[in-house]
Design a protein around this ligand. Structure first.
Ligand SMILES: Cc1cc2nc3c(=O)[nH]c(=O)nc-3n(C[C@H](O)[C@H](O)[C@H](O)COP(=O)(O)O)c2cc1C
Length: 309
């Protein structure tokens, strides 16, 4: 059987597939279900200081090409997740805590307490596109560096960054410099492609309520953007910082493409919301089949090896 286990920053994952932050991971019941599922890790919803209801509904819409959402970070608040984390560690798979914030001061507040709860890794979300009036920190290198500096000294478990998609090599380069200065243990890209607009021509209306219908795109349509960002940062760091590839993974071949571009693990958002927890076993079978057909025995055999012409 093909080995689909992986290691990120010294932490072993029994399978390379896990949920993306926000997909079926807000409540205790959802997190426990991830623990009992075929997922290779449990990733929490991005947490804020206070519990949040999030944006008004409808705030998620699935369509054949993917999804649009403007959830507005509905979550239980960091104290609830700090209490849940020790319990979630009994499933024999890593727990990744996703830390967000509505302002820069929130990040160290949350990071200190969550670190004390000892998740296996912490993912600092610099890229939520769905808070009305709040630009994404990840699009401002100075603000990103301020936040990274403030949490870096507080976090003792492996610390990663969840990045937004960048669309210009200059941005990969400047963010690469910021990231390279602070001993970041892993990267996760991409978050939703922010501020898309989906229109229902029958109803002659937008499909989600918040922000006049603008929302983050996920699913099939964003795969080329995700692959480009995985590849760009894999090359910036020459494979030295492990990458979790997120974006547009719908089947095992999509996951294989992420690995070829440089992803050591893969997260699923839209397809998990649409299909439910059974997606993990399907994806594992599909990826194992592709790897076996190509004669690869593990992910390491083809990690980052995509050919350039
Ligand atoms: C309903 C929903 C909620 C999300 N919430 C978060 C979140 O809290 N934190 C985060 O970093 N990303 C969040 N995302 C983005 C996903 O983690 C992921 O980066 C994005 O959807 C791309 O993956 P996909 O193409 O598999 O959907 C959310 C996505 C969806 C669809």
């Amino acid at each position: 059987m093909t080995d689909l286990s992986t290691t990120i920053a010294g932490v072993r994952f029994p399978s390379c597939f896990m949920n993306a932050a926000g997909a079926l991971c807000v409540t205790r019941d959802e997190l426990v279900a991830l623990g009992e599922s075929g997922a290779g890790a449990i990733v929490t919803k991005s947490m804020t200081v206070e519990p949040r209801q999030g944006n008004p509904e409808p705030r998620y819409y699935g369509f054949p090409g993917g999804s649009i959402n403007s959830m507005g970070l509905p979550n239980l608040g960091y104290q609830a997740y700090a209490e849940l984390i020790p319990d979630l560690k009994r499933y024999g798979k890593p727990v990744i805590a996703s830390v967000a914030g509505l302002c820069e001061d929130d990040f160290p507040t949350i990071a200190a307490i969550i670190n004390a709860a000892q998740p296996d890794l912490i993912e600092v979300n610099l890229s939520c596109p769905n808070i009305p009036g709040k630009p994404q920190i990840g699009y401002d290198p100075d603000a990103s560096e301020r936040v990274i500096k403030r949490v870096r000294s507080l976090i003792t478990v492996p610390m990663g960054l969840k990045l937004p998609p960048y669309f210009d090599p200059a941005h990969h380069e400047v963010m690469g410099k910021v990231i390279g200065r602070h001993g970041i243990d892993f990267l996760n890209m991409i978050n939703s492609v922010g501020n898309g607009l989906v229109v229902d021509p029958e109803r002659e209306a937008v499909v989600i309520k918040p922000k006049g219908g603008f929302g983050g795109l996920g699913g099939r349509i964003i795969k080329p953007v995700a692959l480009a960002n995985v590849r760009a940062f894999y090359k910036v760091f020459q494979g030295r910082i492990p990458i979790i590839g997120t974006g547009g993974v719908v089947d095992g071949v999509d996951a294989f493409e992420h690995v070829l571009c440089g992803a050591s693990a893969v997260q699923i958002g839209t397809v998990l919301v649409e299909e439910g927890l059974g997606a993990f076993d399907r994806l594992k079978n599909e990826l194992a089949t592709v790897l076996a057909r190509k004669g690869y025995r593990s992910l390491a055999d083809c990690l980052g090896t995509v050919k350039e012409l």
